[in-house]
Design a protein around this ligand. Structure first.
Ligand SMILES: Nc1nc2c(c(=O)[nH]1)N[C@H]1C(S)=C(S)[C@@H](COP(=O)(O)O)O[C@H]1N2
Ligand SMILES: [Mo]
Length: 568
């Protein structure tokens, strides 16, 4: 009675162990040859792309940054279930089980090859090889596990052994026949072989992960930006010199850099964010489960569509153009009130308007056919916004530097767009390879997934120095944080300690640029009691952010950041 149950379980385990072996081999190959993708990641990536937009965005909102681990765990769990069933199928209908494996192979190959940068032959060989090895292990385990009693088999046993193709070899059968003791021996062999294969598979996967995958990416420190010197630029070594460079006349190329931010643009109070976010802690949002790795020597940026003069730029071409540094606050439409999906970067790049000029596009030439500028990433992601925004004089950048270094891989290396005043999902295409001018009808990635078409950043403010639920001691408790309304600037920030009934004007740090966030502080002298603290900002046009609460979807969250604290 229990014997059949064990058989089913074992057959299932045999299937799962086979999957572990197959994944292990695939991950190991990926570690050794990173151009062969991780099958696990490829499948998860395709799921992200094929899932209806509403579901993906709901998932992101629900899970936040845990979305990727959750997805990977789901894929793994799904694989366990499928291969458990395949293991059982292998006992009864070997041909069907093999057909199932072939379907798995087809799915894996399709998922992997959907990425245009993936080499076909090595990837197919890896997947087929890994699955063959996995199925062989499963087959072996099923045989070792199969008890073949001499006594008349129960109905279920009969069905297990009746299938000619699935029967264990006569040698095995005679060896395992009958006694409990022998079955026990069989189970021992099963445990040994199964456990060994599983451990080997997991070890291979671990080695593969260590060799490649995430570690290489996070270990790779971006190199210092090395801009070519202009021919007649005679800069003294060390600091300064940019003024002279800017004044250099004629066609000489200038690389404008920014001075250190003024001291009064920062506020030195515990808990306050840095005025400029270090590249290593810049927030991260994208649909890529692993960042594309781009060789700058093979990379090109093409400007095409409704332009007079379609052009291509190499990485060197771009670095040889006039460049500038600009402080721009980037934020994500998915940021919740008080959330952390906002950072302030010091970017280096060329003006998008200069790039468009080379393609023969200027503000007066915009027609309905060129009303939208679409950035396209090597990974297929797209983001689009009004072409006019690229040409209205703001620091819209084709960026290749952050913090004086090359872009980190996960933030778009080698080149991305950064457009002041727009949420990332409509503008900030990472791993940029194409700029297309087109009409307004085209819907980019997140628009197809029900997010709003234009994505102007809404005025927002956040409390950083104290948190919800804090128990504070009476006396001085400065309430400070950031407020942002990129490209409009921040004119005023107010803090309420009574749930929004009365408002106190906060002290503002110097505005670094109208495209950046602005730091504020309110010197609160607190007496004992319970308090509901709120903040609200007014932008450079005199408009105060709305207190009306709205979720991030579809056009960005609104409402005042509100926290409760107790002063004792
Ligand atoms: N290729 C690509 N670019 C992308 C995205 C993406 O998923 N893929 N996400 C966009 C979104 S939604 C945001 S908010 C910003 C985030 O940029 P960061 O990760 O450098 O902070 O990148 C934008 N650019
Ligand atoms: Mo975003």
């Amino acid at each position: 009675m229990g014997k059949q149950t064990v058989s089913r379980t074992r057959a299932g385990i045999a299937g799962v162990v086979g999957a572990v072996v197959a994944f292990g081999i695939a991950e190991l190959v990926h570690g050794l040859y990173p151009s062969v993708p991780s099958i696990l990641v490829s499948i998860a990536q395709r799921i992200v792309e094929l899932t209806p937009g509403g579901l993906v965005t709901a998932g992101i909102e629900l899970l936040g940054t845990a979305d990727i681990p959750t997805l990977i765990a789901t894929v793994l769990l799904g694989t366990v279930v499928i291969t458990f069933l395949l293991g059982n199928l292998a006992v009864r209908h070997q041909a069907l089980a093999l057909a199932g494996v072939a379907v798995l192979a087809a799915v894996a190959i399709a998922a992997a090859l959907a990425d245009p940068f993936v080499p076909t032959v090595p990837t197919v060989i890896t997947i087929v090889g890994a699955l063959l090895a996995g199925s062989t292990v499963t087959g072996l385990l099923v045989r070792v596990a199969s008890p073949r009693p001499m006594a008349p088999p129960s109905k279920e046993e009969a069905s297990l052994t009746a299938e000619p193709g699935s029967a264990a070899s006569p040698v095995m059968r005679s060896r395992e026949a009958g006694s409990d003791e022998r079955i026990f021996v069989g189970r021992g062999g099963f445990l040994l072989l199964g456990g060994g294969a599983a451990v080997a598979g997991l070890a291979a996967a671990g080695v593969g992960r260590l060799l490649g995958g995430g570690t290489v990416e996070s270990a790779a420190r971006p190199k210092k930006l090395n801009l070519p010197e202009a021919p007649d630029e005679k800069q003294p070594a060390g600091k300064g010199g940019q003024e002279e460079a800017q004044k250099a006349k004629g066609k000489s190329v200038t690389h404008e850099t920014l001075p250190q931010p003024p001291a009064d643009a920062s506020i030195d109070v515990p808990g306050m964010p840095d005025l400029i976010t270090p590249a290593s802690s810049f927030y991260l949002i994208d649909t890529a489960l692993t960042s594309p790795r781009i060789d700058v020597n093979n990379w090109k940026l093409s400007v095409k569509g409704a332009v007079d003069n379609p052009v291509e730029f190499s990485y060197k071409d771009l670095l040889g153009m006039p460049t500038r540094e600009a402080d721009i606050t980037l934020s994500c439409v998915s940021n919740t009130i008080g959330g952390g999906l906002v950072s302030n970067g010091r970017w280096t790049g060329v003006l998008l308007s200069d790039v468009l000029e080379e393609a023969g596009m200027s503000r007066d030439k915009i027609t309905s056919a060129s009303r939208q500028l679409v950035g396209r990433s090597v990974d297929g992601f797209t983001a689009g916004f009004k072409t006019d925004i690229a040409l209205d004089g703001r620091n819209a950048l084709v960026a290749f530097g952050l913090d004086g270094s090359e872009l980190p891989i996960k933030h778009g290396y080698p080149v991305r767009l950064v457009i002041p005043g727009l949420y990332g999902y409509v503008s900030a295409t990472k791993w940029l390879t194409e700029i297309e001018l087109t009409n307004w009808n085209f819907d980019a990635y997140w628009i197809q997934r029900t997010w709003s078409k234009e994505g102007p950043v809404k005025t927002q403010s956040r409390i950083d120095t104290i948190s919800d639920g804090d128990n504070l001691s009476a006396g001085k408790n400065p309430i400070g944080g950031i407020a942002w309304a990129p490209h409009r600037g921040i004119e005023k920030v107010e803090v309420s300690t009574d749930g929004g009934q009365t408002w106190n004007t906060a002290r503002l740090a110097k505005q670094l640029a109208e495209d950046t966030w602005r730091l504020y502080i309110y010197d609160w002298d607190a007496s004992p009691g319970d308090y509901t603290i709120q903040v609200r900002a007014t932008d450079g046009n005199g408009e105060t952010q709305t207190a009306q609460e709205a979720p991030p979807h579809p056009s960005g969250a609104t409402g005042n950041h509100t926290i409760e604290v107790t002063v004792g």
